[in-house]
Design a protein around this ligand. Structure first.
Ligand SMILES: NC(=O)C1=CN([C@@H]2O[C@H](COP(=O)(O)OP(=O)(O)OC[C@H]3O[C@@H](n4cnc5c(N)ncnc54)[C@H](OP(=O)(O)O)[C@@H]3O)[C@@H](O)[C@H]2O)C=CC1
Ligand SMILES: CC(=O)N[C@@H](CCC(=O)OP(=O)(O)O)C(=O)O
Length: 316
């Protein structure tokens, strides 16, 4: 019998991508909902409870509502929204954060898919905190550059209107109230005591994301060298198919001094890079916000949970 999958919110940006990717997998059967009933509670409940894995690709409120509709103990929910990412009853869907994360994704029926900025931040910072290179109570700051698809259907429509308003042609800093919705997960899943100061910037390109974390090395108790940070990341992620630690420094990493924000697009890969000198370093993480930052991560978790090859259907 084929494994049954339901995507709640399959007409949204993330849902559509998950649906398209899974439709190519003959071992899976996608449960279809009558398009006219896609927001009907009873119709959704029936589909959710018939599924082995149900993806929630909905706004937070609707995701909570859908999760509450699931009564079948065999249904595994993979929620792409922000609703459950620091809920201890849910597993955070980044297997590379540690053996405990990967093991829990295999067994838990409740998996919270991480945010795109938060995935990149946690992959860059957690190993440094765990190894004592960055103290857990250190005040970190970082900025992110992201494509506009991260803002879902509404932001995509804003950026794809003609004529494009002048203000949208240049990068736009946002979340300047310093209360971005990813801050709680950025704290919890790195082991930091306090969330970082986080400034995201959205640009006039569809997808791709880098987050840059500043590290004033002499202010860190062990004053690590940039090479020591690079070594820690390389050791941590050895053998991880979807994490690539780039060579130290700019050789072969930068193009004429510039870093390509879109170089992980259409993959499920996260690249990590370290730059700097004796006093200062930056750690940069790069991913496709719709790939490892959204639908790719969700499919990776589904693969793990169902016992398929973890990378099935995902580009490196
Ligand atoms: N875009 C991204 O990069 C990422 C997004 N996410 C998360 O995934 C979730 C979905 O985001 P995204 O795909 O970008 O959002 P979109 O706005 O593109 O899509 C959301 C979809 O949910 C549907 N919807 C809204 N309310 C309900 C409801 N009550 N019942 C059923 N369907 C409903 C919408 O319907 P309609 O078409 O009628 O509007 C729409 O199709 C969000 O929680 C987001 O935080 C996660 C990782 C990355
Ligand atoms: C450009 C843009 O607006 N991006 C979104 C993040 C999108 C994402 O991947 O995260 P979620 O899963 O939490 O939605 C933001 O910064 O709020």
């Amino acid at each position: 019998m084929k494994t049954k999958i339901f995507v709640d919110g399959q007409e949204g940006t993330t849902g559509l991508q998950i649906h398209e990717r899974l439709a190519l997998r003959p071992e899976l059967e996608l449960i279809a909902i009558d398009p006219a009933k896609r927001k009907d509670t009873a119709a959704r409940a029936a589909c959710l409870n018939a599924a082995d894995v149900a993806f929630l690709c909905l706004p937070d409120g609707a995701a909570k509502e859908s999760a509450a509709l699931v009564t079948n103990p065999n249904t595994c929910i993979i929620d792409a929204s922000t609703a459950h990412r620091i809920d201890p009853a849910w597993v955070y869907g980044v297997p590379e954060l540690g053996a405990d994360y990967r093991a829990a994704i295999r067994t838990s029926k409740r998996i919270a898919n991480p945010g795109c900025h938060a995935t990149a931040f946690a992959l860059a910072v957690r190993p440094l905190v765990q190894r004592g290179l960055v103290p857990a109570d250190f005040a970190l700051s970082c900025f992110s550059i992201t494509g506009y698809s991260g803002g879902g259907k509404k932001m995509i429509a804003d950026y794809e209107q003609t004529p494009l308003p002048e203000a949208l042609k240049s990068p736009r800093p946002y979340a300047l109230g310093l209360m971005h919705k990813h801050l709680p997960e950025m704290r919890v899943h790195t082991g930091l005591v306090n969330a970082p100061i986080f400034s995201p910037v959205v640009g006039n390109f569809y997808k791709g994301l880098t987050i840059t974390v500043a590290l004033p090395l002499r202010q860190l108790p062990v004053a690590p060298s940039p090479q020591a940070l690079h070594h820690a990341l390389t050791e941590t992620y050895a053998g991880e198919k979807f994490i690539r630690v780039l060579p130290f420094g700019d050789e072969g990493v930068l193009d004429g001094g510039f870093l390509d924000v879109q170089a992980c697009n259409d993959t499920n890969r996260c690249d990590l890079a370290v730059f700097g000198h004796a006093d200062q370093a930056v750690v940069v993480a790069r991913l496709d916000n719709l790939g490892k930052g959204a639908s790719g991560a969700a499919i990776q978790c589904m693969n793990l949970h169902l016992g398929f090859d973890e990378g099935a259907g995902l580009a490196v």
